[in-house]
Design a protein around this ligand. Sequence first.
Ligand code: GUN
Length: 292
Amino acid sequence: MSATILDGAATARTIRDEVAAAVAALRQAGGPPPGLAVVLVGEDPASRVYVAQKHKACQEAGFHSEVITLPGTASEAHVLAEIARLNADPAIHGILVQVPLPSQIDQSRVMHAIDPRKDVDGFHPVNVGKLTMGDDTFFPCTPLGCLELLKRYRIPIQGKRALVIGRSNIVGKPVALLLLREHATVTIGHSRTVDLPGEVARADIVVAALGKPRFVQGAWIKEGAVVLDVGINQVPHPDQPGKTRLVGDVDFETARERAAFITPVPGGAGPMTIAMLLQNTLKARHLLVGAR
Ligand code: GUN
């Protein structure tokens, strides 16, 4: 079997176009556009790239978009003051603080400070709690993107055995809860799991989010499984000395021979994250100001 590729880039494009059309209609009716503020603290190169991508996507969709860049030496009080200002700003409906944050800043205190109604990342404890209880709320963007890809490709989830590898607060735990919400039978595997290959072999749906390049081997995967690769790892390029390339947490070439569906890296789960951020910000705007 050679797997069908789950084209995250094309699906994200469709969703971004849908969001842009909704924003154009709102503007035409005289309503305010959705507003997103992204707070970036420090100089982490990957974070700078992600934040620039988010800003560009917002502008393209007709959003009001602000990027607040603070130096890596910024105090926690400074970050909290910015969040308080954004919480009170009526033009801002979504607030995202890019993580990781520098070590002098307590990430948990920062997440607690964001108004849960503007928490388009779904990282505030109130929203994490709502997800845990099965309520509707803002769900974290990368996990939500995984679920959206399954839905748009009409891949059934109910009753399926799903294995999530990785237990981070950003991906592993929320994607497991979202799969549970869709009635999958969910297992979370991690670095201390005794027999990961055995767990993978039983799974109908595998979500790899552990951050280890090409860790999941094709030979482990059940024939006909669905493989969602959330890993983004920079590795030396095999043919071009001194260059790097991106690979996922799954060994794509062997996995595609056994899976029925698989996401590539890049172009799979990654682009869906930004599409879901736009969708969450549009939702926040509707909840805060209504559908006008
Ligand atoms: N860093 C890596 N992924 C994310 C994300 O989805 N949201 C935020 N705020 N920071 C991140």
